[in-house]
Design a protein around this ligand. Structure first.
Ligand SMILES: COc1nc(N)nc2c1ncn2[C@H]1C[C@H](O)[C@@H](COP(=O)(O)OP(=O)(O)OP(=O)(O)O)O1
Length: 187
């Protein structure tokens, strides 16, 4: 089974309003948060949006993998990753990928495109689920709200995984994730 990671950097977004003239109109609703997504340029999920991430290398912890992949794909140095999910993807009844999901508000640098990924800050209320893996609309909204998820997602139709059909799933929120005792932060 492949062990992989996803990392979702979060920041406070722009209001879109001119603070000099529209200050009295600004509300909390207008100060939306944003998540850094990538448009995958090659490999599994090519052409779809996802978080930065990829396969773990031998000897590497998932957390180290998420940090490395985010650096390689978009040039961002992420820190203080909070474990947000553990997702098991099955293809035709066989374990295919175990994916560790992280989020963070702590990072340095400006997202920059690479051969593998084109980064984009997206309002958390406007995530393009119609251009993502079918399972994402089930678990990513909760992860972006600060919840913790454990899930199993079943695909059928043969390899590659990104051409198979998503058939069903089981999911538990506020799951305690193995091997991750990080302090919870407020998102
Ligand atoms: C099945 O549903 C999935 N949903 C989501 N959101 N993400 C998924 C799903 N299945 C796999 N993934 C993620 C896990 C990884 O982050 C990437 C795939 O990474 P890739 O195979 O491209 O791994 P890399 O190490 O970056 O690639 P190279 O071998 O080209 O270096 O998708």
């Amino acid at each position: 089974m492949i062990e992989a990671t996803l990392c979702f950097p979060l920041r406070d977004g722009e209001t879109g309003a001119d603070p000099a003239t529209d200050a009295d109109l600004a509300t909390d609703d207008e100060t939306g948060r944003e998540v850094l997504l990538i448009e995958k340029r090659r490999g599994l999920g090519e052409g779809w949006y996802n978080g930065p991430g990829g396969k773990c290398e031998p000897g590497e912890t998932p957390r180290e993998c998420a940090i490395r992949e985010t650096r390689e794909e978009v040039g961002l140095e992420v820190r203080d990753l909070e474990k947000a999910g553990e997702l098991r993807f099955l293809l035709d009844g066989e374990a295919h990928t175990f994916c560790h999901v992280y989020r963070t508000r702590s990072f340095e640098g400006e997202p920059t495109a690479s051969e593998e990924a084109a980064p984009e800050w997206v309002p958390v209320d406007d995530v393009p689920y119609d251009r993502m893996w079918d399972d994402d609309r089930l678990w990513l909204p909760g992860v972006l709200e600060g919840k913790t998820v454990a899930g199993e997602f079943r695909f059928e139709g043969g390899t590659p995984l990104d051409e198979a059909d998503f058939v069903d799933h089981e999911m538990a929120w506020d799951a305690s994730l193995e091997g991750d005792q990080d302090e919870k932060r407020s998102y």
